[in-house]
Ligand binder design. Sequence first.
Ligand SMILES: [Zn+2]
Length: 441
Amino acid sequence: MRKLLLNIFLSCLSFTAVSLQAQQENYALVGGLLIDGTGAQPVPNSIVLVNGDRIEAVGAIGRLPIPKGYRLVSTEGMTVLPGLWDPHVHLLYNGHPDFGHWFSTYSDRFGSTTMPASAEQFLMAGVTSVRDLAASTDDIALVRQRITAGDLAGPTIYASGAAIMLGDAPATMPHITPVATPSAAIRATRKLIDSGMDFIKVLGATEQSQEIMDAIVRTAHEGGVRVTAHGRLDEELRVALKAGVDEIQHIGIQTPSLPEDILDMVEERTKSGNPLYWNPTVGTILNADELAADPEWLDDPKNFVGLPADIEQDIRLAIASADFPVQPSGAADTIKRKLQNLGERGVIFTFGSDEGTFGLPASEATWRELEAWVFELGMEPLVALKWATADSAAYMGVADQVGTITPGKLADIIAVKGSPLRHFSTLREPVMVIRHGIRYK
Ligand SMILES: [Zn+2]
């Protein structure tokens, strides 16, 4: 019966695909400044030919002939670049300030409603690939399948499914699987791998949970899947590093600097030839004061695209009466110090915004995180764009398929007005979005 209902549900949804107005044709994108994502200098007056779902050729006006039958799309005055990646998102949230309320009210609508809305907002924001790091495994698998089938507009999704929580979690949280013993952890990890999840996400490590963390990492690696661990607290970091996780999430600001014993563990690890990746997600803290001073953009209708009226109304009212988080004093210095110390010890930083929570709607989170790296942390815009495209694709193991504007790769391409090398906020409103050769905007 459930299967039948699901089929009816899916076939109803297929009607909405018509309203997406997405069409697959062969395109010639002509005239814009090309930033191809490899870190190479931009190419003016570019031509990008898209044939089916692939990039066929890349060149410049006067040098690359445009074959007959290609739909000409002028990119004059624009910058053409690869679709952005956001490798730390939470599709199930839509920026509501109250977690408890969100989970107790909408858990049974995540898969059908809130996650598809976030997916559509991401795509319209020029984000063509995401990694979701905590969702009900069934929900994220369904949303991913609908996007792959063309029933739903959204980015390519890599996912952890339910995050494994070392300890107890309330029953109202479908995106978390609590485990209390190594054998339960092994079962949970195997189940996620069997469900086709791409990463294992772990939360809540404590000194007491070392054996459980070890079991998760061992099981995941045996299954050929990497492990990423929440790591704001020093205690979490010690357990995660000892277990040999592949990647850490977040930079904690509870302490002003990382203790030497942790930095020593990091250095020992990176010097061993086994890279340690770290996804700092610092925008939410670095942008906090700006958000508190000028939250008007949170009311932008694009943040509510895909949401039914009752949920939109609920979020709007909650935002209107919310207390905005303030940047704790010294937080920016703490972040800079920790990033520098980790970089000196050989850590490789991965990109990600932690989209979904308050102040991080899918339609805005990615470019705002990247902008914080450019303006607050001094990253070169060209480097930032490579990091959020080619480097992210390489980290996910699909650099041969996507991530740069290179002949033969999947056509995930966006265009923005003006140049993000000078005006980074041009990334805020892409005027063209193509994913796998289908033009959505
Ligand atoms: Zn997160």
